[in-house]
Design a protein around this ligand. Sequence first.
Ligand code: NAD
Ligand code: MG
Length: 394
Amino acid sequence: MALTEKEPDSERRRVTILGSTGSVGCSTLDLIERNPGAYTVEALTAFRNANGLAEQARRIRPALAVVGDPGEYGHLRQALEGTGIEVAAGPEALVEAASRPVDWVMAAIVGAAGLRPAFAAIQQGAILALANKECLVSAGDLMMAEVAKHGATLLPVDSEHNAIFQVFDFDRRESVEKIILTASGGPFRDLDLSSMADVTPEQAVAHPNWSMGAKISVDSATMMNKGLELIEAYHLFGVPHENIEIVIHPQSVVHSLVAYVDGSVLAQLGSPDMRTPIAFALGWPNRIATPVARLNLAELGQLTFEKPDSKRFPAIELAREALQTGGAAPTILNAANEIAVHAFLEGQVSFLDIARTVEMTLTKAPAAQINSLDDVVAIDREARDTARAVIALL
Ligand code: NAD
Ligand code: MG
């Protein structure tokens, strides 16, 4: 076929964005809009924000727009009337959206709510750009097995894991000595324990370096985010937990590092802007240009590193222990954390109660085996009930 006879869309990457109205979702759409002609959008999804989703859909023109909350169906349908964009609602519709054949799916739903859609995207063999780290925490073994079974490609979008992915020698795994995950330390890095008891949700979501959704912002403040990322790294890179180190790096410029047996340490650096790791995944294996602020090392002057304090931030060790325990423990840890963070954001529990709730839920929840996604969903639901009961007694 002569070049001129090519289908006009044949070079475009067909993409779906799950959680398009969130922080990562909006950054993904920003990059797509900056590269006109490079992408065709199949589906956009949100949870309750029908207006925001409709506004995105009118701009981006996907084939399908889905709200997770069935109660928002009428709003969405009305807002997209006459556009020809298909509209659907409910958890099953989210799975259906993720199942539509595309080249690339961004998993940017927050929490274990994103599990079934992420699995659906894997099952269709797409490239899965994974921001939704809770999926790997909750169902890591199953998810990695599913990726292998369906020949899907998993690209980490979490900035630390994206950094590691860029410098990890997958062909010589035995030469990797350890992975070093960097952590900003969050807004309470220097706060003493007694002051931490009184911090408000507004203070907790005000992250010093990154602009993110409420849940991950609170996770960064408790440092449970780094605990979740430890489990995420274990699954993505197959490195035992004792070889995954966590170091505080308040500037969030060195996004993570891989240490090799010869003493070499490779790192990926950049401004703290999620559009860099998202662009890495969106263009992969090619690199695409972004407007991200360029790193000016001389202006930065210095980069600092320190050890995390496990007394003030017990969440990291809770996650490490859950990973060591294995089985259902990481699923329970994640579910309890989601409930506790929600309760904190609602003003029902104090900041320090978040880790307390997770710890008590892990103690109370029965040991269980995971053989299927249905098992994960059932354990997740039960752990949420246990966490709610724990909170009621606090
Ligand atoms: P966000 O809260 O800004 O957005 C979440 C998105 O998921 C929204 O579109 C929302 O409508 C949708 N959603 C929420 N609950 C849902 C449900 N029950 N069913 C269906 N859809 C639902 O969150 P975010 O900050 O964009 O984070 C998304 C994921 O990416 C999280 O897992 C987070 O840990 C991870 N992540 C985010 C960042 C960041 O910079 N924001 C960085 C690394 C990793
Ligand atoms: Mg991260």
